[in-house]
Design a protein around this ligand. Structure first.
Ligand SMILES: [Zn+2]
Length: 294
């Protein structure tokens, strides 16, 4: 079994103080319903009861709508783990990089006995990470509820759009209609340059929300194991903006810290599909980013 999903939910609590772009904003401690979600599924995911969800949201039945924002009681600043059959305290402690002693203490346990279905409070490690910027905050919020197989993501690949303007929706349409890609937008994220989306704004693609393969390189193995990030602009002609680069760096740091394999490497498109493309262009700071990340 591959280790899954151990986001530090406390980051959701940190989002309260920043001002988020309206379109992307979800309040901390909330979850936006996606296609296929059920109330009981959401309850299980966040380790709360269906009744608690109902009463926190004033719901009578089980009916929820795609796009509806659900309040998750107890989510603010807290991290819980539901024990699965066969898991021991030491396995759980290792998974969250904490000690067995601190896990015992946080849950008032006298010995190492736990049972499947038990809900354990995970003491939040002092990471020293800064609060996410208003550009990263929506990514953190959207990513908290995803079921991510960290070991899968072994590459982060940067692209330029090769055109001076655009946004995720426009590239999505292009990839569907011209490239005949059923999953649309080939990248997982698009970072705007102030033309058709805000300068530095990180747009989240459906391939990230659905944890789908990318369609951003020719190399099939890298499409299944690489997170694709596209910066709007043609960097054969111009440079990325300061804000685009700040957002890119913050996004990569977040993805590597919370979502990707330990061995995850940063690359640019032309290093993956050698000889086929100049992407992300000569003015993209490839060397500086390699120095920073690899
Ligand atoms: Zn590219």
């Amino acid at each position: 079994m591959i280790p899954r999903r151990h986001f530090l939910r406390w980051t959701a609590a940190a989002l309260g103080s920043v001002c988020l772009p309206r379109l992307w904003a979800d309040e901390p401690g909330t979850y936006r319903v996606r296609r296929g979600d059920t109330l009981s599924g959401i309850a299980r995911r966040f380790g709360v009861t269906v009744d608690a969800l109902r009463s926190a949201n004033g719901l009578r039945g089980d009916r929820i709508l795609v796009g509806q924002v659900i309040l998750i009681p107890g989510l603010r600043g807290e991290l819980f783990h539901e024990v699965r059959a066969g898991e021991s305290l030491s396995v759980i402690a290792r998974r969250y990089s904490i000690t067995v002693a601190s896990l015992r203490e946080a849950n008032g346990l006298r010995d190492d006995r736990i049972y499947a279905g038990q809900r354990l409070r995970i003491p939040v490690p002092q990471t020293g990470h800064e609060e996410p910027s208003p550009f990263l905050a929506p990514v953190v919020a959207a990513t908290i509820g995803l079921d991510i197989d960290r070991s899968r993501w072994r590459h982060i690949v940067a692209h330029h759009s090769a055109v001076n303007r655009g946004n995720a929706a426009m590239y999505d349409r292009f990839h569907r209609e011209q490239r005949r890609m059923v999953n649309g937008l080939a990248y997982h994220f698009v970072i705007g340059n102030g033309t058709d989306s805000g300068d530095g704004v990180i747009e989240i693609g459906n391939r990230w929300l659905g944890q789908l393969d990318g369609g951003h390189v020719r190399n099939h193995a890298v499409n299944t194991s690489g997170i694709g990030i596209c910066l709007v602009g043609n960097f054969e002609e111009t440079r990325p903006t300061r804000r685009q680069l700040d957002s890119l760096i913050e996004l990569i740091e977040f993805l590597r810290r919370e979502c990707a394999a330990v061995s995850c490497r940063f690359a640019v498109h032309r290093e993956i599909d050698r000889g086929h493309t100049v992407c992300p262009g000569r003015y993209f700071p490839t060397t500086a980013l390699h120095r920073r990340f690899n």
